[in-house]
Design a protein around this ligand. Sequence first.
Ligand SMILES: Cc1cc2nc3c(=O)[nH]c(=O)nc-3n(C[C@H](O)[C@H](O)[C@H](O)COP(=O)(O)OP(=O)(O)OC[C@H]3O[C@@H](n4cnc5c(N)ncnc54)[C@H](O)[C@@H]3O)c2cc1C
Ligand SMILES: NC(=O)c1ccc[n+]([C@@H]2O[C@H](COP(=O)([O-])OP(=O)(O)OC[C@H]3O[C@@H](n4cnc5c(N)ncnc54)[C@H](O)[C@@H]3O)[C@@H](O)[C@H]2O)c1
Length: 475
Amino acid sequence: MSKLIKTDICVIGAGSGGLSVAAGAVQMGAKVVLVEKGKMGGDCLNTGCVPSKALLAAGHAAENARKASRFGISTGPVSVNFDQAIDHVHSVISGIAPHDSVERFEELGCDVIQAEGKFTAPDTLVAGDSTIKAKRFVIATGSRAAVPPIPGLDAVPYFTNENIFENRVCPEHLIVIGGGPIGLEMAQAHQQLGAKVTIIEMMSILPKDDADMVSVVRDNIKSSGITLYEGSKTKEVQSNGDNVRVIIEHDGIEITLEGSHLLLATGRKPNVENLGLEQAGVEYERTGIIVDERLRSSNRKIFAIGDVTGGLQFTHMAGYDAGIVIRNALFKLPAKVNYNAVPWVTYTQPELAQAGMTETAARAKYGDSIRVVRWDYAENDRARAEAETTGFIKVVTTAKGRILGAGIVGRQAGELIGLWSFAISQKMKIGAIAGMIAPYPTIGELSKRVAGAWYTPSLFSEKTRKIVRFLLKLG
Ligand SMILES: Cc1cc2nc3c(=O)[nH]c(=O)nc-3n(C[C@H](O)[C@H](O)[C@H](O)COP(=O)(O)OP(=O)(O)OC[C@H]3O[C@@H](n4cnc5c(N)ncnc54)[C@H](O)[C@@H]3O)c2cc1C
Ligand SMILES: NC(=O)c1ccc[n+]([C@@H]2O[C@H](COP(=O)([O-])OP(=O)(O)OC[C@H]3O[C@@H](n4cnc5c(N)ncnc54)[C@H](O)[C@@H]3O)[C@@H](O)[C@H]2O)c1
């Protein structure tokens, strides 16, 4: 017999977004039901950020050992135990899992239902043997790998992010279709752990990032031995015994690639199916659930957050969205999203990080009045000491110096971008960063130096020299 539950908030999906809403709302006194059909923690913990960064860490460790000779340290040939690298991945997941677990959320006071949720009416969701009536619903059902319509794909085995972290044998030759962040991070992790890797990208890699910065990543990917085909169409996939054959068209020429394994990293699809969205009066399109600036769907009592809305698909954005929903649903405040200062990072070696507008986006909005300043890692003493001088920081401002965007490609770029995201969100001018005291020698000095470079043309000009000479004459 069906159990009727009446609640304040019902959250569907216990990934980055859903867990943040549930934890926040219940600790602020709301009655919360959390519905999850799969693993608690969603994509980020189980098949996304956490395993990918753990596998990259293993790859980077192998690569750093290989490169140790530049410091006069000899390691001998580096041998990789791939199975143990995957053990590391799963131990990281298990270490974080209690934080996202059913037990923790029940302890916080949530009613956790482990079943698939489906709306049957605008104010009713059915999950397992429970019928839930809530004052507000939050859809946080995430996304999954999009599988492109490549002929032959249904007849060959392939990895997506959902099963690649279960593979315990290092691929002899991994063919990756898609050169976005998933494709590049997984390509590099596998290459550094000993696989031969080929990437096929139909446009150009990392299309959402600054082209100058992407070219640094591209050079590094290629010089590491990964074969990269950009602007290439995947025409067909065939199985060949234990191998997979991928036929591509590159520069008008047909090329047949033979690999041991195939990874699809060709973007995401929102999880909108089987949710009863029509019964709930929630409109959606191919890219996801349609929401307004307050993250309300076409049914004003149902919010949608994170990947299922198809916007910026990052864990920190799902968390940010959660905060907006809490303010709207619990405190009845008309809080709206502001994505002006959003940071994101691709965790390859070198890392690529962006916050706010790229140069191209800023030029499109403000024209040629913008100013662009740049500073190279090669000019940074810490980067020299660590023999990691590849990369640069680029900052885009208005003519008057308000920071519009910053991009960093190089060592620890992801750690450095937070300062710029903060500065953009606070509408700061570049002078605030130029005036900051940065400890020496840190990679972080790059931020101060690039900000200082903004003033170089006026500071070291003939006009300044004249003023200084005049003032000195006064005694
Ligand atoms: C390989 C990879 C690496 C990534 N790396 C990063 C990174 O480094 N940094 C970063 O910021 N982002 C990264 N991301 C993106 C990040 O994982 C997502 O943006 C984030 O997980 C989205 O959170 P979410 O809450 O919207 O969805 P999810 O985390 O996907 O959670 C949705 C949950 O809803 C559940 N669900 C779905 N339908 C139903 C239903 N009908 N009933 C009940 N439950 C349901 C699902 O089982 C799932 O648990 C990565 C993604 C991938 C795939
Ligand atoms: N470090 C991070 O924060 C991180 C890491 C991984 C994923 N993510 C998130 O997950 C999202 C999904 O990542 P993704 O890399 O799958 O998607 P993506 O959309 O960013 O990139 C997919 C790439 O595949 C290419 N592509 C699509 N179809 C193709 C085909 N048939 N043949 C060849 N190339 C094809 C596209 O041109 C694109 O460059 C990202 O946009 C990001 O939001 C974030």
